[in-house]
Design a protein around this ligand. Sequence first.
Ligand SMILES: [Zn+2]
Length: 254
Amino acid sequence: MVRDHKSKNRSRKRGESGISQDKSFDMEAWQPKTEIGKKVKKGEIVSIDEVLDRGQRILEAGIVDALLPDLQADLIEVGQSKGKFGGGKSSIWRQTQKKSKEGNKPSFGTVAVVGDGNGYVGIGRGKAKETVPAREKATRQAKLNLIKIKRGCGSWECGCGMAHSIPFKVEGKCGSVRVVLSPAAKGTKLCAEKECQKILKMAGLKDVYAKSFGQTKTKLNLVYACFEAVKKLATMKVSEKDVKRAGIVGGRNE
Ligand SMILES: [Zn+2]
């Protein structure tokens, strides 16, 4: 009994980068609140595709934890620190102050990205008075926004028919920022702004050209525009011919 307890504690260790990865999602202890959650717990739904392919909304993070146990989480630098030398260094936190009778109340906002590095990705925002709950909120929100993308090789220079890139050009907008993602040949890697790279990597994309337009200094708009573009890889209909030509794979590439 004692040994059991110990090993449980060990598995709750934080990830290398300080990101909490709750590896020990406890199926037994999980009390699902939604219809889909209850079916997952009963074992009636065994794949996240059964939820996503029907266009059903995920309303509790436990569904994702249970069905995609290798999901990873990271935070995106969307803020700027107010450092000594005028600040300006990018930070994962967007700090705001709210004036009240008791004085200034700081609040922290952040954006999390989750993905399994194999076709599933989501981003979400979280805001709270302290950093830890803000991060947890953002991560939970990112799980609820999970999408399944189509990968493939739409690069005419490459034409390898494998799922290392995207099958076609997609674009997304948020505020004044527009992001265009194009297929790239094998070995190109992710030619994208650092914060966009995190999203593409989490989605399992290896070679993509990204171009951004507008006020790209507004990182929040930039990452949301990038996610909007990635979302098109989830929703766009493809023909049987395209599937063959570009080797399109939806979700996991096994
Ligand atoms: Zn290729």
